[in-house]
Design a binder for this molecule. Sequence first.
Ligand code: ADP
Ligand code: MG
Length: 473
Amino acid sequence: MKKAEEVAHGNLATETDRSEQKIEFDWDAVLDCVKRDLYFPPSWLFSIKVAKIEGKMVILEAKTHFQALWVKNHYLQLINDTSRSLYGKESFVVTIDAGEENSVARETKRTRNTDKQERAESHDPQAASFFSSTNTFENFVVGPSNQFAHAASYAIAENPGMAYNPLFIHSGVGLGKTHLLHSIGNHILKKYGDRLNTFCISAEHFTNGVVQNIKTGSMDKFRNLYRFNCDVLLIDDIQFIAGKDSTQEEFFHTFNSLYTAKKQIVITSDKPPSVMKNFEERLKSRFEWGLTADIQPPEVETKIAIIEKKAEEEKIEIPGDVASFIAQNVLSNIRELEGSVNKLFAYSKMFGERITLELAKQLLKNLVKKETPKIINIELIQKEVSTFFDLTVKELKSNQKQKKISEPRQIAMFLSRKYTSSSFPEIGNRFGGKNHSTVVHAVKNVEKKINKDPSVSNAVAAISTTLEKFITS
Ligand code: ADP
Ligand code: MG
């Protein structure tokens, strides 16, 4: 059995415990395990080597100062945890040499790292924070749909805590929220090095921290870690803590102390604060204290630019007609767009075939199903809109005038006009016998709000994405 497999099966530690022989540090085995725990390990991570082993002290070496700094800030904790799970508690202390320090400085650094590691460990075993080195501003394609969110993110990354606080980014799935969040982290790291401590975590990760620390009675330590050790908090998919009262309570206090200390907070979510369900009002209102930026589904031109960027990164030629074919057929989600492009690239590399429109059409057959669309009808629109706004279809069709019902009704009328060929009077009829002028007014009103009110434009975009799935599935 390979070392990594043995580790995965939990065999190695037992073997080691039983044996009396001197333990040798096996960097490849450690790296193998570390790799499994990272979503996007940067490729250069595998070029890190062991420079020296002094007793129980392992000194790693990176090719560049930047890589060393990155490992130090983001992976060292995980590397040490992995090493301990392999070799037992008292085994090795792993540190990294950036090549710029003399041995005295290294000694100080060792103490600092070990300290930091012990603090993080005891306060929150899940505190390690990672951001993907592949998600940067450099490879984020900017278009009308995302330029505001991009500009706001860039401003934050340049001057954390000085521009807008918090920055709240929201969009439907697969439109670039995580990419922007990680770009902020990468930029801050590049610009400020270890002068700023950036935590980039998912809300799920934060929740796990709360749960574990409640269990072990170490909430004070957990609190201190986030509230006093963090200069920039990047938190992804905050919707995850909906309905989780203790986590919301904890996050509320974390938010307050970071905010008061002028530390930067960036939050992403699948919805704007105003329509988030099962969230305390005091949290929702804080989310709106700074700047709220949405990302809309990309236009065809932006999608083509993203495809071309990917091709450039992969050093693959992609003809213009293929790029437009994919851009026009993948409806809105960039993750799906990437999936299609990757499939095409992988095939062409594997079989050495040139990329042509024919090949694209054949490989991406599922995209072209659009030619035989399933129908989006008014019932479906009413159902999706009601679900999104947590209403019943009956309420949606009623005559009630409160904004929380009338606005979704107008959106549903707007979408009925957009996706069906029904006339204004027909739509009015299907919404509880409304007059045709009511429908005309609704459509105009939503068109106006789409350009001004992010909560409306986001709702329209999110529901459109769901509806369009019916055509493509
Ligand atoms: P979300 O967090 O909104 O669900 P992600 O940030 O994970 O979406 O984006 C999905 C994929 O699309 C990622 O691989 C990301 O790198 C890519 N992507 C999103 N927006 C862009 C963009 N504007 N330019 C280049 N790639 C993008
Ligand atoms: Mg995401």
